[in-house]
Design a protein around this ligand. Structure first.
Ligand code: HH2
Length: 287
């Protein structure tokens, strides 16, 4: 077994006692009109709830809900609109899902409202860079926190895709932001880090980060990888449904083999099969 897999945390215990076992599959529920892959499909709350339940049945053990697209060039959405999109769905789902809900937002006020409705994890794609009170809001609620690397905002990030050593620079950012979260009172055992594939990254940066995942895992936090259907997968594997599915599957298998703890996906059924297979091989003692 490789050192990074041996280092993968076994699980994460949430404040309410629920335990997420790693490697885990996070299913994506975008309640947006403009997300790059599934924009507009789940704006109707009933469809959104049905889709979340179907993702859980297919193998997702976390459901990530977002009301603001972070695709390259996406504009910021007002707090009111973001809350209107996500809160009713979170409220309904909390009564129906076993899987914990993460709220994908950069805004502390949205995060706090979602946590009040029963979400347990905050997925901050700005890695605490957008809202100065995000860390303390998460700490106060005793929630788990996903810290993702990006530069600039979704509207501006592409112009910052310049690195000398992308793996080292992303690791330094994640380590620094994790320290900031700890200083604000977020529990060490509830911090997850994420290299932010596609966020201020060119295709080659994403590939280098995938290749350097064991270094990111060596930071000692569970690592989340979000490759699902992203532009670099499209560019390399191809753009048909099956190209994107298999391209994503390859990325997820290698991520899990390198020690990643969570894969964030649009298709949890195939991803769960990939994770089962990758883990069986990687942990066989020869992988
Ligand atoms: N990627 C997206 C959104 N949120 N969160 C984390 N932690 N990691 C990611 O890689 C990540 C993320 C973008 O993908 P998607 O949600 O499908 O699209 P959009 O942002 O357009 O809604």
């Amino acid at each position: 077994m490789s050192a990074s897999i041996a280092r993968r945390p076994r699980s994460l215990r949430l404040k309410d006692g629920r335990v997420i076992h790693f490697p885990a599959v996070m299913g994506i529920l975008n309640l947006t009109p403009d997300s790059f892959s599934d924009g507009g499909r789940f704006l109707d709350p009933e469809r959104a709830v049905d889709h979340a339940l179907a993702m859980e049945a297919a193998g997702a053990t976390i459901i990530d809900i977002g009301g603001e697209s972070s695709r390259p060039g996406a504009a910021t959405v007002g707090v009111e609109i973001e809350m209107e999109r996500v809160l009713p769905v979170i409220e309904t789902l909390c009564a129906k899902l076993k899987a914990p809900i993460s709220i994908d937002t950069r805004k502390a006020v949205v995060a706090s409202a979602a946590l009040d409705e029963g979400a347990a994890i905050v997925n901050d794609v700005s890695g605490l860079m957008f809202d100065p009170i995000m860390a303390q809001s998460v700490a106060q609620a005793g929630a788990a926190l996903i810290l993702m690397h990006m530069r600039g905002s979704p509207a501006t990030m592409n112009r910052y895709a310049r690195y000398r050593n992308v793996v080292a620079e992303v690791c330094a950012f994640l380590e620094r932001q994790a320290r900031a979260a700890l200083a604000a009172g977020v529990l060490r055992t509830r911090i997850i880090v994420d290299p932010g594939l596609g966020f201020a990254k060119k295709a080659r940066h994403n590939l280098e980060l995938m290749g350097g995942l064991s270094e990111i895992c060596a930071l000692g936090y569970p690592v989340l990888v979000g490759a699902s259907r992203k532009r670099f997968v499209h560019a390399i594997a191809g753009g048909s449904e099956s190209d994107l599915l298999f391209g994503t599957a390859a990325a997820n298998a290698l991520a899990v083999a390198a020690g990643a703890s969570i894969v964030r996906v649009h298709d949890p059924g195939p991803a769960a099969a990939v994770v089962r297979m990758a883990i069986a091989i990687a942990e066989s003692g020869r992988g």
